[in-house]
Design a protein around this ligand. Structure first.
Ligand code: FES
Length: 218
C-alpha cells in the first residue's frame, strides 16, 4: 500500500495558499514535512502503482484527523479533490435566503454529480460536515481558494471558495454564484463511506459504480 501526501489549509491562511501548495506537491518539488504544512497518512491508495491511480483507481481517505474548518486536498484521476470539514456555522450559511437567490444552480440540476439524487440539497454531501468535491473551477479549471472568512469577497457573501483566475465565487457547497464566469457548480465525484471515518473516492459502493462518470464540466 502506498501513501500519498495531501495538502491542508487552515481557514486563516491567505488566499491562494492552498492552490500554490497543491501545485508544489503535485510536481514533487517540496519534500515531505517541508514547512510543516502537509499532513501524512490520510490518503491511502489501495492500488499498486501510480499508473493505475492515474487511470482513476479509487483512493481512501481517513478524515478522522481533519479538524473542523480544515481543508485537505487529495489527488484522484490526476485531479485535486477537496475534503473540507465544515463547521456547523458553515452549514447554516447554505440555506440563507440572501445566498440562495444568488446561486446559478441551487438544486444541482446539471450533471455535476454521479446521479441526480446523489447529493442533492444544500449540503451536496453524503455527510453534511464532510464535503467532498473536485477542486476545479468550472470556468477554466483553476483551483479556487478556500475562504472561510465571511464577507471577504462581497458584503453579503458568507464564505466558501473564490477563484483567483477570473473571480468566480462559490459557497461552502461549491455552488456557483451569479455574476461568476463559471457556468456550473463544482463537480462532486463518486464516493461512499467505507467506515465512519474513511471515505472512498472513485466509486459509489463496495461493489463499485460510476467509476467512469464524468461531469458536464470538470
Ligand atoms: S478559471 Fe475560475 S473564474 Fe476563470
Amino acid at each position: 500500500m502506498s501513501v500519498s501526501k495531501i495538502d491542508s489549509l487552515r481557514p486563516d491562511e491567505p488566499e491562494s495558499a492552498g492552490r500554490r501548495r497543491f501545485l508544489i506537491a503535485a510536481t514533487g518539488v517540496l519534500g515531505a514535512g517541508a514547512a510543516g504544512l502537509f499532513v501524512d497518512v490520510l490518503v491511502q491508495n489501495m492500488n499498486p502503482g501510480k499508473a493505475v491511480a492515474a487511470l482513476g483507481a479509487p483512493i481512501d481517505i481517513d478524515v478522522s484527523k481533519v479538524e473542523p474548518g480544515q481543508l485537505i486536498v487529495a489527488e484522484w484521476k490526476k485531479k485535486p479533490v477537496w475534503i473540507l470539514h465544515r463547521e456547523d456555522w458553515m452549514l447554516k450559511t447554505l440555506s440563507k435566503p440572501g445566498l440562495l437567490e444568488r446561486l446559478k444552480d441551487p438544486t444541482s440540476k446539471y450533471n455535476q454529480q454521479p446521479t441526480p439524487a446523489f447529493v442533492n440539497g444544500n449540503y451536496r454531501a453524503l455527510k453534511p460536515n464532510i464535503f467532498v468535491a473536485v477542486a476545479l473551477c468550472t470556468h477554466a479549471q483553476c483551483i479556487p481558494d478556500y475562504r472561510a472568512t465571511p464577507h471577504t469577497v462581497t458584503s453579503w457573501w458568507y464564505g466558501g471558495f473564490h477563484c483567483p483566475c477570473h473571480g468566480s465565487t462559490y459557497d461552502f457547497s461549491a455552488r456557483v454564484i451569479e455574476g461568476s464566469p463559471a457556468p456550473m457548480n463544482i463537480p462532486i465525484p463518486p464516493y461512499y463511506w467505507k467506515s465512519s471515518s474513511v471515505v472512498r473516492i472513485g466509486e459509489t459502493s463496495a461493489d463499485g459504480g460510476h467509476e467512469s462518470w464524468t461531469p458536464d464540466i470538470w
